[in-house]
Design a protein around this ligand. Structure first.
Ligand code: FEO
Length: 395
């Protein structure tokens, strides 16, 4: 049995096997968890559920701490099926229980499960007394769905933040002070980079609101991964910093190459970056993990895209990450493009257009080389990298 604090239990399920997160197409090298919480006060409250295929394990965990029929309230902070999937099963045991949702939550739960349960809609600041303590609600619209909401438990000072502040991290342990914090922090950053980046302005506002509420917070309990008990404000402060779009003076080179010309260019461009004192990482997108690359892009100030030219276009293996760059709406990023060709040479121009569409400022004209780069062209690649680095350094 996993205990958070006094009569608050972690009853969710650990998914040791997931390596590609359901519909989100997100790599989860360390597995994940679907955290659900049970509060025993004068009233019994369940906060969120689990992904439907793990319902049996969830029910076993619940039965260890409570008679399921005694649950009075079910809070659904967010209706995405990884958190609400077991709700229909739970509601068969407690058809008259109150399902607490945000206004948008009522819509999303109904439109997923087509049931007219006893819904109670709450807004920011609303409180429900459950005995010794209260539940308080904070809408978190678009962090990361319209229905998203946080629930705060007074007295125990626990913020149940659903997806926000989570990480895809399976563990036999519960708290951040019980695991390798470097790994947890890496996963938290990857989670933010790949899911929350487009909503960064809202993240800033939400954190400012939470700070203004001046709630004592002993524990931040997200719905994925490890729970923040040691210095819980650290993850709120990290989110604030990430949401500002602060980046480091580094460059990520992302490319694919048909017969090695673009690959060679990437390496020599890297040499140029290095000569100017900029650290860089090179990823061949045909073999690299796209979500890990996005986490690197998130940290870096510069992005260089490269491709061979094929059929007057680019190699299609680049398409998914180009979609990511456009959809994630990174801020304060700077880029340029390069590539190779045999008889037409559109790739660098096309990649430049993608940078522009993704609101990544193009710092210099693209570099394109016919067939394999000769010595002079390799020197040009070095110069290309060096000049890009020098521009990055003064931004
Ligand atoms: Fe973890 Fe938005 O679901």
């Amino acid at each position: 049995m996993k205990v958070l604090k006094n009569n608050v239990f972690c009853v969710g399920a650990t998914d040791w096997r997931v390596r590609y997160f359901h519909g989100y197409e997100l790599s989860t090298h360390r597995g994940s968890t679907y955290n659900s919480y049970l509060i025993k006060d004068e009233k019994t409250v369940l906060i969120d559920t689990v992904w439907e295929p793990l319902t049996d394990r969830f029910l076993e965990n619940l039965r260890e701490v409570v008679d399921i029929k005694k649950i009075d309230y079910v809070v659904i902070n967010h209706a995405e099926p990884d958190h609400s999937g077991a709700l229909p099963t739970i509601m068969k045991y407690i058809p008259n229980a109150t399902v607490i949702v945000s206004k948008k939550g009522e819509e999303s739960v109904k439109k997923h499960y087509f049931k007219d349960w006893n819904f109670k809609i709450v807004s920011t600041g609303d409180k429900i007394n459950i005995g010794k303590n209260d539940l308080m609600f904070i809408e978190a619209t678009m962090l990361h769905w319209p229905d998203s909401m946080f629930t705060y438990l007074t007295g125990e000072n626990i913020l149940f933040s659903n997806d926000a502040f989570g990480q895809h991290f399976a563990s036999s342990k519960v708290f951040n002070d019980e695991v390798d914090e470097t790994e947890v922090n890496q996963e938290a950053l990857k989670y933010y980079a790949n899911i929350l980046t487009p909503f960064s302005k809202l993240v800033l506002k939400k954190i400012e609101q939470i700070k203004e509420l001046n709630l004592p917070i002993d524990i931040i309990a997200p719905s994925h991964g490890i729970i923040w008990r040691k210095d819980p404000m650290q993850i709120i402060n990290k989110y604030y910093e990430w949401a500002t779009g602060k980046s480091e003076n580094s460059v990520v080179i992302i490319y694919n190459s048909m017969w090695g010309a673009t690959h060679k260019m990437a390496e020599f461009i890297g040499k140029g970056l290095g000569k100017a004192g900029i650290k860089y990482k090179i990823f061949n997108i045909s073999t690299a993990d796209r979500n890990d690359v996005i986490a690197e892009v998130f940290k870096a100030k510069g992005i260089l895209l490269g491709s061979s030219t094929v059929n007057n276009g680019i190699l299609t293996s680049l398409t998914p990450i180009l979609e990511d760059l456009m959809g994630l709406k990174f801020i304060n990023k700077f880029g340029a493009a390069f590539g190779s060709y045999g008889w037409s040479g559109e790739s660098s121009k096309i990649l430049e257009e993608h940078l522009v569409k993704s609101k990544i400022k193009v710092l210099q004209e693209g570099l394109i080389v016919k067939y394999m780069p000769d010595e002079q062209e390799l020197d040009l690649c070095v110069e290309f990298g060096k000049s890009f680095a020098e521009k990055i350094l003064i931004l």
